[in-house]
Design a protein around this ligand. Structure first.
Ligand code: C2E
Ligand code: MG
Ligand code: MG
Length: 592
């Protein structure tokens, strides 16, 4: 058997040439046996001549196995990699000087290891092919690292779901399939968890992560492995539904998803209720990039959730042009601040009993470059979303405080009046809010008790602990606080009582048809009674009819605001209005 030479038979340097050659051959064979590497020597005809003893360390089989069965290597290579092995031999037989392949072999204990096989064609001094010398290295560790890196490249580390890159790849494949086969249908569902930020803010990021994992599991369970779920960002998931049986089936599938998401999640003995919104982009031959599919599904998602939570919308050209309009409005909004296109109007707040003015609410308006007046309902949410609200909110605050301070200096009728300024959710969660308010009061020299800040219940409920701290800081400046639009959120008055507020504004939706809808009137009466019991002053919003004022008066409502008394007016009109409203008995005018 080749290679079984005596270790002591080291050739003498002074033997004859033939003997020298023979001994040298023995010597080299002997040396290769003890190579620390797994080495093979093959004769020119491919017969295995030598295999190093290191093979046992590398693959667990003694060299004997290879001598006894020249095709032993093929027997231990995993079946699906046999072609790689054969490929190497093909190349060598075709005269290539070097060939290599990486494949898995099965060890005696059935475990698999990755090997790299490298072979060189050897030629003698005459240039004739005289054999093949090859090495086999264990490259399992390297493969594992590569595999892990590949996993990280394609998967999200938190939920272990495939990530955005994988998602784009899979959409590309779906597009390709649909191009080849017109019957191949697919849809992209872009899902975003509603108000997920609240979870992170109120329960912490650990809870947020755990809830995301739970939801990822649920999504996977619902898809039964047929469709693919990807996590492509914080609380954003994409589902790729392939080979669908029509749009109806996609909607039914979304119903199942919604049902699964809405099942309460238990976290620290608390039941957490989640919901999600969806944007759908069905296969469209006009759209040919994965990025575009995702983008359109995202546009549909934003459209679907424009009314808050639980939105579902399918992308179409109408949605697209609306999104374009929003984008251009967002750009305009940025320049509007620089170009001073915003201005304030003031709406009086009056005593329900005698209509005398007690203050006014500052309401922002935007006059764009085309001269159109845009109402805050249209641009405040956008400013909020883009973060521009912080700058705009500060401007409103300064402008309102400066206006009242100026009138107070000029006109004694303004001495006891207050100005109400609306705050947005972003402002309330801004760490600098109290400092900003304090600075503006100092700059404008407006006494703090002349300023009343309005916040909504929803803003307080988003992060109650933080809101409480901020409101207490603001209160310590001497500023008054007021709950706006009461009744539109889902909080109870008893709960709101914990915040340092002094005034409650009943939303105009309750006041609106009080006279026709007895249930609304009952609610208004109950809210007023409870608010008074809790020591709060009540303002009714949106009072348009004298009949409403009488009813509110009978219910004990302290103050009112609405078109019945005055529409929001320009600051230059304030002195006349204030004058008239301080002496309501002389009130000659009535707006409406
Ligand atoms: P809000 O704070 O509840 O303001 C009252 C809204 O009701 C104003 O609408 C006002 O014009 C309207 N209104 C007053 N009386 C009546 C009435 O009798 N009938 C009817 N139908 N409406 C009446 P506006 O000015 O369009 O403002 C809408 C909302 O935009 C405000 O609701 C407030 O939430 C927000 N907003 C306005 N200005 C600002 C601001 O400077 N900052 C922030 N963050 N939000 C603002
Ligand atoms: Mg308000
Ligand atoms: Mg309001």
């Amino acid at each position: 058997m080749a290679g079984k030479t005596d270790k002591t038979a080291v050739p003498s340097p002074i033997t004859s040439k033939t003997a020298q050659r023979a001994s040298f051959h023995d010597f080299t064979s002997d040396m290769v046996l003890h190579s620390p590497l797994w080495e093979f020597w093959y004769a020119a005809d491919g017969a295995l001549k030598v295999v190093s003893n290191a093979c046992e360390t590398c693959c667990g089989y003694e060299a004997e196995h290879f001598y006894r069965n020249p095709r032993f290597m093929e027997a231990i290579i995993v079946e699906e990699h046999l072609s790689l092995w054969n490929g190497v031999w093909c190349k060598l037989h075709n005269g290539e000087h070097y060939a290599c392949a990486e494949f898995q072999i099965r060890l005696p204990d059935s475990k698999k290891r990755w090997m790299k096989f490298e072979a060189n064609r050897a030629v003698d001094s005459q240039g004739c092919h005289c054999g093949i010398r090859a090495f086999c290295h264990d490259v399992t560790a390297h493969h594992n690292v590569v595999q892990q890196l590949t996993h990280f490249t394609w998967h999200d580390s938190l939920t272990k779901l495939p990530n955005r890159s994988k998602c784009l790849e899979r959409i590309e494949q779906a597009i390709e399939r649909a191009t080849k086969c017109s019957r191949w249908n697919f849809s992209i569902l872009y899902m975003d968890i509603d108000r997920f930020k609240n979870i992170n803010d109120s329960l912490g990021h650990t809870a947020g992560d755990a809830i995301l994992c739970k939801l990822a599991d649920r999504l996977q369970a619902v898809t039964y492995g047929i469709d693919t779920v990807f996590r492509i960002g914080g609380d954003e998931f994409v589902l790729l539904c392939e080979d669908t049986t029509g749009h109806e089936s996609v909607h039914r599938f979304i119903d199942t998803l919604i049902h699964s998401i809405k099942r309460p999640i238990l976290w620290n003995n608390k039941q957490i209720h989640m919901s999600a919104s969806f944007g759908i982009m069905h296969a469209d031959p006009e759209v040919n990039t994965a990025e575009r599919y995702l983008q359109n599904a995202h546009i549909a998602l934003n459209h679907g959730r424009s009314n808050g939570t639980d939105g579902v919308a399918v992308y179409d050209s109408h949605i697209f042009s609306k999104a374009l309009k929003l984008i251009s409005m967002e750009l305009d909004l940025h320049s509007a601040l620089i170009n001073e296109e915003f201005f304030l109007e003031y709406q009086p707040v009056v005593n329900t009993h005698n209509r005398s003015i007690t203050g006014f609410e500052a309401l922002v308006r935007w006059k764009n470059r085309q001269g159109a007046i845009i109402s805050p309902g249209k641009f405040i949410p956008l400013a909020e979303e883009t973060g521009l609200i912080l700058e705009l909110g500060e401007w409103v605050l300064r402008e309102a405080c400066a206006t009242l301070a100026a009138w107070r200096n000029e006109n004694p009728l303004f001495k006891n009046l207050k100005v109400n300024v609306n705050l947005s959710a972003r402002q309330l969660s801004d760490l600098e809010l109290t400092d900003t308010v304090s600075r503006i009061l100092k700059e404008t020299e407006l006494p703090p008790q002349c300023l009343r800040l309005e916040v909504t219940e929803t803003m307080l409920m988003e992060n109650p602990d933080y809101a409480d701290i901020t409101l207490r800081r603001l209160r310590s400046l001497g500023v008054e606080l007021c709950i706006d639009d009461f009744g539109t959120g889902y909080s109870s008055l008893m709960y709101l009582q914990q915040f340092p507020i002094s005034t409650l504004k009943i939303d105009r939706s309750f006041v609106k048809d009080m006279e026709k809808n007895p249930a609304n009137y009952e609610i208004v009466k109950a809210v007023i009674a409870l608010a008074h019991a809790l020591g709060l002053t009540v303002v009714a919003e949106g009072v348009e009819e004298e009949e409403q004022r009488i009813m509110l008066l009978e219910a004990g409502c302290d103050y009112s605001q609405g078109y019945l008394f005055s529409r929001p007016i320009a600051p230059v009109e304030l002195p006349v209005v204030v004058h008239t409203m301080q002496h309501p008995e002389q009130q000659a005018w009535q707006t409406g």
